[in-house]
Design a protein around this ligand. Structure first.
Ligand SMILES: Nc1ncnc2c1ncn2[C@@H]1O[C@H](COP(=O)(O)OP(=O)(O)O)[C@@H](O)[C@H]1O
Ligand SMILES: [Mg+2]
Length: 415
């Protein structure tokens, strides 16, 4: 049988922990997949930052990318490889560039998702440009900020239209507070968004390909405690709504790896932030959930590389809008959107591929997460983020939570 090697590239920043897990588990699994007439093996390496000639010549079949949203050279290199070499990269770099928080609110609101009422307000200050004064004098209308606040209702959130990492986000409780926050917003282009006040559950649904994990989230905790270890915190139907929501968003925008924040009030989940392609997947914040992140990432990367899944270069919204136009209750529409998403994300072929080929990978992953190599990978990340005197404690804490997850999975047969 002809032997073929699929090349996986990891395009990284200060990721440190999960690439060690990814590389070592993949090496331990010693996969040799019989696919059609071929025996497929995998080679994995970290991509370098270097000059980019505009001609074909990418050695990778797939790149798992962590830089596109902030690092131009790698983003443009990846776009070149998609256009010239047929590279598969997650996530679609054009979509990451152009669909920031604002346009994702608009698109999902158009599909009927219960996004809280939101208004975008012109900036308080602008970057100086030659035509700025003329443009503002001619066209910038005075607007009634207090009236907008009143119409939306308090409390509300003021946050950048394209934000991330909670930067520039503030909760606003009254008119004085609103005026003050707007004064300080400077050159940020801001949304005012009604708070989902009195919510009874905050979840994050994270999708990697067709795999989704719904986690209970507690924003009041410090970073390492926000993703709680609770499971079974909502009904099967609630979970299914969030899985369908996450798959819909990710397939719509061509994102293989994305995180959706939603707040439940009165039985309805309101998504508030879901333009998070390339979400945090580091062990110091994910701890208990980290094995799921690493293993799911590996499985999707291997499936895409092994089967040479074609990269969908353009986004096709129309099938979603066709469902949106139908006279159906929202839950029915959401099922329809999610069916398109499952088809695009090859949910069934992926499940079959995992059953048939990835048993050795799962076993290698279980052994690795129990090992001293796992503890060492955690220590290296922790040492990068925390002061020296806290490294031992945080390493022990993260490693302990990873062990707790594995123990529970062994006892219950469920992640
Ligand atoms: N509409 C809202 N209702 C309630 N809480 C909100 C709302 N919008 C934002 N928040 C809170 O503020 C945090 C940061 O806002 P978010 O939209 O997630 O911005 P970022 O993109 O910076 O993460 C959220 O995790 C949540 O705790
Ligand atoms: Mg957020």
């Amino acid at each position: 049988m002809p032997a073929v090697t699929r090349h996986i590239g990891l395009s990284l920043g200060a990721d440190i922990c999960w690439p060690l897990a990814f590389e070592q588990i993949l090496a331990d699994a010693r996969l040799e997949l019989k696919l059609g007439a071929d025996v497929v093996t995998f080679a994995c390496e970290r991509t370098a930052i270097e000059p980019v000639p505009l001609r074909p010549g990418c050695k990778y079949d797939l790149v798992v990318d962590r830089l596109t949203h902030w690092f131009s050279v790698q983003r443009e290199w990846l776009k070149k490889c998609v256009l010239m070499d047929g590279l598969y990269v997650y996530n679609n770099p054009w979509s990451v560039q152009s669909f920031e928080k604002h346009s994702t609110y608009c698109a999902m609101a158009a599909l009927g998702m219960p996004i809280p009422p939101t208004v975008m307000v012109p900036q308080k200050h602008y970057e100086p440009k030659p035509d700025l004064d003329y443009t503002l004098k001619a066209y910038a209308r005075l607007f009634d900020l207090a009236g907008l606040g009143k119409a939306i209702g308090y409390p509300l959130f003021m946050k950048p239209y394209d934000g991330g990492g909670w930067q520039g986000v503030s909760q606003v409780d009254d008119e004085a507070h609103l005026r003050n926050a707007y004064e300080k917003s400077d050159r940020y282009l801001m949304h005012l968004q009604q708070a989902v006040a009195g919510y009874d559950l905050f979840v994050r649904a994270v999708g990697i390909g067709p795999q989704v994990r719904v986690m209970k989230y507690d924003p009041s905790q410090p970073l390492h405690g926000r993703y709680t270890t609770e499971r079974d915190f909502c009904s099967a139907e609630d979970e299914s709504v969030m899985v369908d929501t996450c798959l819909t968003i990710n397939a719509f925008f061509g994102w293989d790896f994305n995180s959706v924040e939603a707040l439940r009030r009165g039985g309805t989940f309101h998504p508030i932030d879901f333009a998070n392609p390339c979400p945090d997947n580091q062990v110091n914040s994910k701890n208990y959930h980290w094995p799921w992140y690493v293993t799911s990432n590996l499985k999707w990367a291997l499936f895409c590389a092994a089967t040479r899944r074609p990269m969908r270069k353009t986004l096709d919204f129309e099938p979603f809008y066709a469902i949106a136009r139908q006279d159906l209750p929202y839950r029915e529409k959401l099922r329809g959107y999610a069916a398109i998403a499952r088809e695009r994300l090859q949910s069934e072929p992926f499940a079959g591929f995992c059953r048939q080929h990835l048993g050795p990978l799962e076993a290698a992953a279980r052994r690795w997460f129990r090992s001293e190599r796992c503890r060492e990978a955690i220590r290296r990340k922790v040492a990068h983020v925390y002061p020296r005197h806290e490294v031992d404690d945080f390493t022990a804490r993260c490693f302990g939570l990873v062990q707790l997850q594995l123990d529970r999975e062994e006892q219950r047969g469920r992640p």
